[in-house]
Design a protein around this ligand. Structure first.
Ligand code: VAH
Length: 314
């Protein structure tokens, strides 16, 4: 059976739905620190678990005979700068708990997300390679960089089958993201429909690697289903789909909402965005497990606007 820690989050919500569709609801246990997503809580097996609590995770794995864990709980880049020690505590200790349970062999396979936040201002910004300089300047990025090293260590030293992806910014309409620097690219769709105007917290020419949630979920499942012997990376795979600037996503939306207006008012998140690459080379993922993104910017925009219009007009 599968346990998802952080199931109420932006990615966790959709990962839970997809895994339940594939394996049956009763075989996928959702868990989070609280019950903020009642639809999810009421749609199948749900446990309240604090990802910092080793015994809570261990007991849940025992109760449900869990053999696969998706660890999706974390404090993201912007929140991590406000609460550095909390971000270190949650992001690192939750990973140690799951890796140690896997080492003790109660868990057979682990998924743990990394991020383009592992890269920093000294990393080559265009087509950032799989192996390159990583000097992250955010607490979140530091936790992801160190987490990658621990994943590779537990795989090499204890044979733990842990797999990871360096997610770009992820855009979705089912669950709101929380505390990310790339979250402007989600907010902008909501504001375009609600107010036909948006004040963007990044400057208009800030190019960042991004991905529609459907592609992120497909990449996660494809990686977890790939034969272990095909995987050459046990830190975390570069993953990419599209890169765009606030101006480009604005233009894409404006094709559908003709009166949409945008203003730019960069805040502390501009410095975080400026430390990250503008595009990623994910050829290793494409070679190892046939990764291929499907959504370009305009396809994502039409899907986002279609689904959000239903939500706001319902
Ligand atoms: C953040 N959405 O902005 C996350 C992600 C690549 C960015 O890690 O912090």
């Amino acid at each position: 059976k599968i346990l998802i820690i952080g199931a109420c989050g932006q990615i966790g919500t959709e990962l839970t739905a997809k895994l339940r569709e594939m394996h049956g609801t009763e075989n996928v246990i959702a868990s989070d620190i609280n019950t903020r997503n009642l639809d999810l809580v009421n749609s199948g097996p749900f446990e309240i678990i604090d990802a910092k609590n080793y015994n809570a995770i261990k007991d849940c794995c025992k109760t449900y005979s869990i053999d696969t864990v998706y660890l999706m709980a974390a404090l993201l880049s912007a929140t991590g700068e406000k609460y550095p020690m909390e971000a270190w505590d949650l992001n690192m200790n939750s990973l140690f708990h799951v890796l140690n349970l896997a080492k003790e062999s109660t868990i057979k396979k682990v998924y743990w997300p990394s991020s383009i936040a592992v890269f920093g201002p000294t990393t080559p910004r265009e087509n950032t390679p799989q192996h390159t300089i990583c000097e992250p300047t955010t607490v979140y990025g530091i936790t992801k960089q160190v987490g990658e090293r621990w994943c590779e260590y537990y795989h090499k030293k204890y044979g733990v089958d842990v797999r990871s992806l360096r997610y770009p910014g992820i855009i979705s309409h089912k669950a709101m993201p929380g505390g990310g620097t790339t979250d402007y690219a989600v907010e902008i769709y909501h504001e375009a429909i609600k107010n036909e105007s948006y004040e963007c917290f990044l400057s208009e020419d800030t190019s960042l690697p991004m991905m529609f949630m459907e592609d992120a979920i497909k990449a996660t499942i494809d990686l977890m289903e790939a034969p272990s012997e095909h995987l050459s990376i046990r830190s975390s795979y570069n993953l990419s789909a599209i890169s765009f600037t606030p101006k480009e996503i604005y233009d894409s939306i404006k094709k559908n909402i003709l009166n949409f207006k945008i203003t730019y008012r960069p805040d502390f998140r501009q410095a975080i965005a400026d430390s990250w690459p503008s595009s990623i080379d994910d050829s290793v993922a494409r070679n190892d497990w046939n990764w291929q993104h499907r959504f370009d910017l305009d396809a994502m925009t039409s899907e986002m606007l279609k689904e959000l219009k239903k939500k706001y007009n319902s």
